[in-house]
Structure formats: structure tokens, C-alpha cells
Design a binder for this molecule. Structure first.
Ligand SMILES: [Zn+2]
Length: 163
């Protein structure tokens, strides 16, 4: 069932920061930033096509939508790894095991990027929704037939049972 857009331009001046904070908190819980109810991931690495609660198109109808999310993922993951390495260096100063630090940075990069991946995607969606509130086209049932260049998507929108 398609619902009304819940993110409208704020009427009061204090509403925009509260709305933005609410969307970011929802994204941090891996929920739909728009409604806060739908779980937007099927698995840790696989994003749903639509929010199961409000029908928001999670890639907003754009095939290259999450390039920004990948950049955000890289930045967050690298900051975590660097912070861990700084702690290690400070904890072992002055006898820093530089070989372990060097290999630790290299070996922690991939798991850190994997751990932060869904948060990066949900935060990117929240940031985009803050600056570009959802419109009717973001809930459009006709958008289901869009074929992206990378191939057909594997998840189909939920079928509706007759009442
Ligand atoms: Zn939603």
C-alpha cells in the first residue's frame, strides 16, 4: 500500500534539524529514513528495492545512486582503521610494533568496509532525503519496471493479496 510522503518541508524553523536528526537515527538503526518502520536490508550486504512499509524506492530510481554511499563507506571504514591504529601506537609507545601496525591497517581495511557498508548506504539515503525530500515519483509503482544497466534486479516488489 502506498502511503503519503511523510517528509514535507518543515513549517517551523526548528523542524528541519529535528527531522534531519530523526532521519539519521533511523538510518543508524538500518531502518527506512523516511518512515522509520521498514527494514531496508534483506541481508547485511543486500539492500531491498523498496521500503516494505512506505514503498519508498531505496535507490530513488537512479542506477548510480549509491556511488556516494561507497565513498562514505570508504571514509568511515578508513577512519575506524586509522583510529584503531592510533590507539595501538599510543598504547605501545615508544616501542611501537611498526610491522604489526602496517599489516594491521592492510588487514583491517576489508572487514571494516564490510561492517560499515549497510550503515553507509542507509546514511547516504538519509542525507539525500534530508536535502532532496521524497516526491511522488519516489513511490511510483511504475518505477518497478526500470531496468538498470547492471541487469535486472532480483527482488520483486511484494505482491498484493486480494482482500
Ligand atoms: Zn519507509
Amino acid at each position: 500500500m502506498q502511503q503519503a510522503v511523510t517528509s514535507r518541508p518543515p513549517a517551523a524553523s526548528g523542524a528541519a534539524p529535528r527531522r534531519a536528526a530523526r532521519m539519521l537515527l533511523r538510518a543508524g538503526r538500518l531502518r527506512c529514513p523516511n518512515c522509520g518502520r521498514g527494514q531496508i536490508f534483506i541481508t547485511w550486504l543486500k539492500l531491498r528495492y523498496r521500503c516494505p512499509a512506505c514503498d519508498l524506492l531505496l535507490e530513488r530510481g537512479e542506477s548510480d545512486y549509491f556511488i556516494g554511499a561507497y565513498l562514505l563507506n570508504l571514509i568511515i571504514a578508513e577512519l575506524i582503521v586509522v583510529a584503531l591504529m592510533v590507539v595501538l601506537v599510543l598504547a605501545t609507545w615508544p616501542a611501537v610494533p611498526w610491522t604489526a601496525v602496517t599489516w594491521g591497517i592492510a588487514l583491517l581495511t576489508i572487514p571494516a568496509a564490510t561492517l560499515t557498508y549497510p550503515y553507509s548506504r542507509s546514511l547516504w539515503l538519509a542525507i539525500d532525503l534530508i536535502f532532496r525530500p521524497p516526491e511522488e515519483s519516489d513511490f511510483s509503482p511504475g518505477a518497478d519496471v526500470i531496468e538498470f544497466p547492471r541487469g535486472p534486479r532480483t527482488e520483486r516488489p511484494p505482491t498484493r493479496r486480494p482482500q
